[in-house]
Write a protein that binds this ligand. Sequence first.
Ligand code: UTP
Length: 303
Amino acid sequence: MTRIRKAVFPVAGLGTRFLPATKTVPKEMLPIVDRPLIQYAVDEAVEAGCDTLVFVTNRYKHAVADYFDKAYELEQKLEKSGRTEQLDLVRNILPPHVRAVFVTQAEALGLGHAVLCAKPIVGDEPFAVLLPDDLIWNRQRGAGGPGALRQMADEAEATGASVIAVQDVPPAQTGSYGIVATGDFDGRSAPIRAIVEKPRPEVAPSNLAVVGRYVLDGRIFDLLEKTTPGAGGEIQLTDAIAKLLAERPVHAYRFQGTRFDCGTHLGLIEATIRYALDHETLSDAARGMMQDALSELGVVDLD
Ligand code: UTP
């Protein structure tokens, strides 16, 4: 498979689990310490070699487009007042060789439908899909490795297969994920034999759950066009992948890194704690703050 160049970010969901905040702030703009979720996903895509980023948004999500747009007034003010560090932060949201393209999903008809909205930009080449609320961390200071998408893009390039990120989850949680059945693993990857959306634990084929990173053959668009609404009345990406399996190889990939489900309250809190504890300038203060909070509650005395 040729190296992926294009990455699709479906960000047109309603984000109901974060209401009331998401009434006005898109879920993808919620920050982990100092950067919004979308920035972490974009950095991962750029690191994997993508230079065209396709954001599938809806009419309420101007904030996402504004974030990647140039902020003339702000830049002028920061420049005039000599705040070069902040100026660099604002200017370097995207590297110069990377372009952002926005397409609209008129109605939230499901993740599969959102991906299909990117077809006119992507064409029939292989591409990535990243769900920014799945934050995958592999950049611990002093111990970081390549991002999850880079690992998957390498696998796709080497094998010619589509590649889907998976993670073992407790069997009771299968109903919250796409679940795959695979052949034997060779290192981190295994051929997918079947994929099913949100199965109850009694009928789940395994406890290997799909998380929000995909490298997909462009053929998926034709298959999505033929996909009718499935689980939850939505057009499911999982159903189109099930059709792709019948035609072309698709690998499950146990990526290296820690995934935080920032589409949930606890996942967002956990990611915030872990990033703060690892932060270049904030980690000592964050650690002290957490120790104080825990000992005040009598939970644990870490001193
Ligand atoms: P989620 O299942 O997390 O739904 O979508 P959601 O609407 O974002 O959040 P909740 O469950 O209401 O809190 C998974 C991904 O698919 C995108 C979402 O933006 C998210 O990145 N999506 C979902 C779309 O772009 N369009 C859709 O129609 C549905």
